[in-house]
Design a protein around this ligand. Structure first.
Ligand code: ADP
Ligand code: MG
Length: 338
């Protein structure tokens, strides 16, 4: 069971001043687990590459034969709740305390959850005592997580705490060039420069803009028109509307001639499944909800199902501009509220 994104590897991570400290530390931690920095905690704003780096470390450690577990912290919480309900806490402990490398993403979400924090505290101690590596990512420095237990706060700061900064202009250029090259896309330096100047310096949003421009270019036989590209960037720069998951589900169902119940329900006929995956993809694009939260909104599905759905649509978008166009239209309706 691999929950790692194959694209989140270290060779696809562009390094510059904004992220060189975390990058070097990531290399060191994967080469010398539990020796140099333990724990290693990366913090920084949304879309700056924390998940990408965590998974890069996970890939490298797994390749070297280390027993490696990467999870978003909500999965730890959900697993724990299941274990409590099913009286399988012994198995739960076994699962998390017998790994060589444990990487927990979005650790900020455990703050304020009593049992999760208690359990994680013991998992943490057990691993460190056995000389196993722990890697964490948080959207803030541990001292700014107000409802984090003090004993965890101090544990989290006991190794290396390093932040990741928004990418510089040159970094944005290098990232865009890498993406274009990977897709065999011709992007003129004018266009690259314009995107790097105008796009927000958050790589996730940069990626959204790039994907959109790539989809347009496939429509017009591979060429990227400067003005079209600029319009796309400007459209993305408008402030994010507050989009609710329920609206996404309702409008996507509508557009497919389905009911909300069908989209959230258990049936997996081709048409329903497809619409569901599209809605999940849109939820990922338009909101900051986590995979488990999105799964919950879709009738209690697992985060793996959501991830699978989003990846599938993502892959298809690479070669299917009509799908891209349809999704854009649905997103447009969602922004307008129906
Ligand atoms: P975070 O977890 O900090 O919110 P992610 O790791 O999900 O951010 O990154 C968002 C997107 O940006 C991902 O597709 C990731 O591959 C890409 N990305 C972020 N930083 C870099 C970088 N330095 N080089 C290449 N891609 C990056
Ligand atoms: Mg992340």
């Amino acid at each position: 069971e691999s929950e790692l994104n194959a694209r989140y590897t270290i060779d696809r991570f562009i390094v510059n001043q904004s992220n060189s400290v975390v990058y070097e530390a990531a290399l060191a931690v994967s080469d010398y687990p539990a020796t140099v920095y333990n724990p290693f905690l990366i913090y920084g704003g949304v879309g700056l590459g924390k998940t990408h780096l965590l998974q890069s470390i996970a890939h490298r450690c797994a390749e070297r034969g280390l027993k490696t577990v990467y999870i978003p912290s909500e999965v730890f919480t959900n697993d724990l709740i299941d274990a409590i309900r099913n009286r399988t806490t012994a198995m739960f402990r076994d699962k998390y305390r017998t790994v060589d490398v444990l990487l927990v993403d979005d650790i900020q979400f455990i703050a304020g959850k009593e049992t999760t924090q208690e359990e994680f505290f013991h998992t943490f101690n057990a691993l460190v005592n056995f000389n196993k590596q722990i890697v964490l990512a948080s959207d803030r420095h541990p001292r700014e997580l107000a409802t984090l237990e003090d004993r965890l706060r101090s544990r989290f700061q006991g190794g290396l705490v390093a932040d990741i900064q928004p990418p510089e202009y040159e970094t944005r250029i290098a990232i865009l060039q890498m993406w274009a090259q990977e897709r065999g896309m011709e992007l003129s330096s004018n266009v690259v420069d314009m995107i790097a100047h105008k796009a927000p310096n958050n790589v996730r949003e940069l990626e959204g803009i790039f994907n959109q421009i790539a989809a347009q270019s496939r429509f017009s036989g591979g060429a990227v028109n400067f003005n079209n590209a600029r319009e796309t960037v400007e459209r993305f720069r408008r402030p994010r509307e507050h989009v609710q998951l329920d609206d996404i589900i309702q409008i996507t169902a509508d557009k497919h001639g389905l009911t909300i119940e069908e989209l959230k329900g258990a049936r997996r006929t081709g048409k329903i499944n497809r619409a569901r995956q599209i809605a999940m993809y849109i939820a990922r694009e338009m909101t900051e909800y986590s995979l488990p939260q999105i799964g919950e909104a879709f009738g209690g599905r697992s985060h793996t199902t959501v991830l699978h759905g989003c990846n599938k649509i993502n892959d298809e978008l690479e070669s299917d501009p009509i799908l891209g166009n349809r999704i854009q239209k649905i997103m447009h309706s969602i922004r307008r509220g129906g």
